[in-house]
Design a binder for this molecule. Structure first.
Ligand SMILES: Nc1ncnc2c1ncn2[C@@H]1O[C@H](COP(=O)(O)OP(=O)(O)O)[C@@H](O)[C@H]1O
Ligand SMILES: [Mg+2]
Length: 258
């Protein structure tokens, strides 16, 4: 078992009187896909935003590569190599693939945009991810399919030698064939050694691509299980009831309402 690349311990977060995250422990491993699952309102996005430095945490610690870090600013996460692909893809339709991949982080030489260099790097990144569905990196993003857009958003996130990438529902808007391509890409990221966190509602996606599953229930981690030892039914029970058979939260906690 490798050491976790990112380890969250005892994290709590409230918004005013609403206690959204409760004593969260979660470890992310390099070379593995960890699925983060949970019902609407369970706290998935809040947890991700705490790691991104968009929200501050009230208590708890975060360690990156074994060292404590304070992720109180999105630039800290980016500097460590933690990247996020949010659901609303945040790509600019009026720009091409290369421009999107370098948006806000353009490479300049002598004050001028190094267009050729960025184009080359964009192409190399897509090739290294075995992306064959995009014909030209100068194609405008407006002309891409949903699956291609998701691919560009993911490639953008891993362009910077990232070590951990969070993907929020990357297949939510996609058809069968495009979902397949994106899941293959998700798997490839892990196979290249990244720690991948896949937020998903889709149990097929989770069972197919994840190595482990962390189930959030009313702001608590109900259980963290290995996909190979679990069934879809078990994971659905963890999501909807906070427990399944012997695993998960104690009945008193699982039944607690907020
Ligand atoms: N900025 C905020 N202010 C107040 N409450 C919030 C805020 N963001 C999220 N919440 C609440 O936190 C809970 C968890 O939300 P969220 O993290 O979005 O869940 P999920 O992503 O699992 O659907 C919800 O009850 C939501 O209403
Ligand atoms: Mg959410």
């Amino acid at each position: 078992m490798p050491e976790p690349i990112l380890e969250i311990s005892g994290v709590n977060k409230s918004f005013g009187p609403v206690h959204v995250l409760r004593d969260i422990d979660l470890a992310i491993y390099p070379g593995q896909v960890t699925a983060l699952v949970g019902d609407n309102g369970a706290g998935k996005s809040t947890l991700v935003k705490c790691i991104a430095g968009i929200h501050s945490i009230d208590s708890g610690t975060v360690a990156f590569e074994g060292k404590p870090v304070i992720l109180n600013d999105p630039r800290v996460a980016a500097a460590l190599g933690i990247e996020f692909v949010y659901q609303d893809l945040a790509l600019a339709d009026n720009l091409d693939i290369t421009q999107n991949m370098f948006l806000g982080r353009e490479i300049r030489r002598f004050g001028f945009l190094a267009d050729g260099q960025m184009e080359r790097k964009a192409r190399e990144t897509l090739t290294s991810l075995s992306v064959r569905t995009v014909s030209s990196v100068r194609q405008s993003v407006a002309s891409l399919s949903g699956g291609q857009r998701q691919t560009v958003a993911i490639a953008k996130a891993v362009l910077w030698n990232s070590k951990v990438v969070f993907l929020d529902e990357p297949t939510a808007a996609l058809g069968v064939q495009q979902t397949r391509q994106v899941l293959e890409l998700v798997r490839r990221l892990a196979d290249q050694g990244l720690g991948v966190v896949l937020i998903s509602h889709n149990m097929n996606d989770v069972m197919e691509v994840a190595d482990r599953v962390a189930a959030l229930y009313l702001g608590r981690i109900a259980a963290e299980v290995l996909t190979k030892d679990s069934s879809t039914t078990q994971i659905v029970e963890l999501i909807t009831a906070g427990r399944s058979g012997d695993i998960g939260l104690a009945p008193a906690t699982a039944n607690e309402s907020i």
